[in-house]
Design a protein around this ligand. Structure first.
Ligand SMILES: NC(=O)c1ncn([C@@H]2O[C@H](COP(=O)(O)O)[C@@H](O)[C@H]2O)c1NC=O
Length: 521
């Protein structure tokens, strides 16, 4: 039976209603300064911890609940007569429920102006101590660190004569240790990322010990292959517009490969300001296009490689309308992603319940880090968020690009960033015409891109070509010009740049340097 609860919260969401409901069930409420005031001002009968312990809150709140009368009341095992006798001897009543949430450390250090002093003052000491005491003694104490659990706890108390069952107590305790571990991890990350001045965290710094916290969204039936197990975890606060913000409107459960490919599709389609469509197979775009409408963009993207598009993951950066949905529904599609779906579009797929429809609010925010697991370690880097502006481009050939060529080159360059290296992408009129991906030699990627265009019946005459990294020799350039390209964009920076520029002049094509490389592995 819960007779006494201690409530001490920074985030006061829902706490008044919760405390009222506890009081209505006859629970005696202890509370700290600000929380006690809120409750008392709103008619809840409450005893201040300072009055309860006979010891005032002191040192600017650094010491409020750190007292044997509090921790004894929490930590005493009710099944051990010696513990019960010790409480009696010292006049300590038991505390059967602890409701605590912590000083907002993460929110404080996320602010640009946060100083070390601000951060230090927002390290909660008394709160985690009470949480850990209660979680350790969860057999006898209900511990609530998340306002989202208030309803669940009350429901259970109402249904069980004021009691909370062991399973719930155990689950709440596990949540506490995950929460305090995450809290301490955030403190460690912040302190180890501090710059020389010990005042501001340098945003680019990589902490000496890296603490990562993700929450499980789902376990999958299997991983990349059926003999591998898998689960999807997301950031505790995923960046706006990222895949993890998806809302699944219909369809089968997402698989491991679905999520990986959906991410590739979504990240690529988001890069375009114009209405765009991206079709992904095995993490590579097999068709990308912009158009006046989703229907037109899809039609063009599909033309690039209709064979590979079968069973693909398709993403749009505009609301998907009925007409585009009807066109897409004619092909086998695994996952379809858009910022929104019209009622007509939803209706089209109502008859195809296996198709997974994901709605993701559009936003171009980027993750703080990219990760790649390697044997026994983890590689971290800042994400490849760079989009080269026209002003940064350098025309290195005698021939200057026409406005149309410039448009095609910019489009090709945007796409190349999302194609696995070595990437060669032929484009024209806002669509991919041939994509060569993931080859160990650039010249092979160039050959494959042109073979794929032939297979799709697309002419590469007068196309623009993007290469994710420089041409090390003129041979790769010769392959794309032989195939029909009249303008080429790549980072430049090779020892043999001059040889490649001379070759471009000799072949009468336009060549632009971006000064930026987009390797993707
Ligand atoms: N020092 C202590 O003994 C202590 N006991 C509880 N707290 C925290 O004080 C906060 C609530 O304070 P208030 O009720 O005054 O608004 C909670 O976030 C709680 O975790 C403490 N503060 C920091 O360590």
């Amino acid at each position: 039976m819960i007779k006494q609860a201690l409530i001490s919260v920074s985030d006061k969401t829902g706490v008044l209603e919760f405390a009222k409901a506890l009081a209505a069930q006859g629970v005696n409420i202890l509370s700290t300064g600000g929380t006690a005031k809120l409750l008392a001002d709103n008619g809840v009968k409450v005893t201040e911890v300072a009055d309860y312990t006979g010891f005032p809150e002191m040192l600017d709140g650094r010491v409020k609940t750190l007292h044997p009368k509090v921790h004894g009341g929490i930590l005493a095992r009710r099944d051990l007569p010696e513990h019960v006798a010790a409480l009696e001897q010292h006049g300590i009543p038991t505390i059967d429920m602890v409701v605590v949430n912590l000083y907002p450390f993460q929110q404080t250090v996320a602010k640009d102006q946060c100083t070390l002093e601000d951060a230090i003052e927002n390290i909660d000491i008394g709160g985690p101590t009470m949480l850990r005491s209660s979680a350790k003694n969860h057999k006898d104490v209900v511990v609530v660190c998340d306002p989202a659990d208030y309803g669940r706890v009350l429901d259970e108390m109402k249904a069980n004569n004021g009691e909370v069952g062991y399973d719930t107590k155990f689950a709440l305790a596990k949540k506490v240790f995950a929460h305090t571990a995450q809290y301490d991890g955030a403190i460690t990350n912040y302190l180890t990322a501090l710059g020389e001045d010990k005042q501001h965290a340098t945003r680019s710094a990589y902490p000496q010990t890296l603490n990562l916290h993700f929450e499980k969204v789902q376990e999958m039936r299997y991983g990349e292959n059926p003999h591998q197990s898998a689960a999807f975890y997301r950031d505790l606060a995923p960046v706006a517009g990222s895949l993890a913000n998806y809302r699944q409107l219909q369809g089968k459960e997402l698989s491991y490969n679905n999520i990986a490919d959906a991410d590739a599709a979504w990240e690529c389609v988001k890069t375009f300001e114009e209405t765009a469509c991206v079709i992904i197979k095995h993490a590579n775009p097999c068709g990308v296009a912009v158009g006046a409408s989703p229907l037109e963009a899809y039609g063009k993207a599909l033309q690039t490689d209709p064979t590979s598009a079968f069973g693909g993951i398709i993403a749009f950066n505009r609301e998907l309308d009925g007409k585009a949905a009807e066109a897409v529904a004619k092909q086998f599609v695994e996952v379809l992603i858009a910022p929104a779906f019209t009622a007509e579009a939803k209706q089209v797929f109502a008859a195809k319940q296996n198709v997974r429809l994901l709605e993701i609010p559009l936003d171009n925010a980027v993750n703080a880090y990219d990760f790649k697991r390697v044997g026994g370690g983890l590689l971290l880097q800042s994400p490849d968020a760079k989009n080269v502006a026209v002003a940064e481009l350098k025309v290195v050939t005698k021939k200057q690009p026409s406005p149309q060529q410039m448009q095609d080159l910019m489009f090709a360059w945007r796409v190349a960033k999302f194609v696995k290296s070595n990437a060669i992408v032929f484009c024209a009129n806002g669509m991919t015409m041939g994509v060569g991906a993931g080859q160990m030699s650039r010249i092979d990627s160039a050959r494959i891109a042109s073979i794929k265009a032939q297979n799709a019946g697309l002419s590469l005459a007068n196309t623009a070509v993007a290469s994710d990294a420089f041409f090390p020799f003129r041979d790769g350039l010769d392959v794309v010009v032989d195939a029909g390209a009249t303008c080429v964009i790549h980072p430049g920076g090779s020892m043999r740049d001059q040889e490649v520029i001379d070759a471009a002049d000799e072949r009468g094509v336009v060549m632009l340097f971006t000064g930026t490389r987009h390797f993707r592995h």
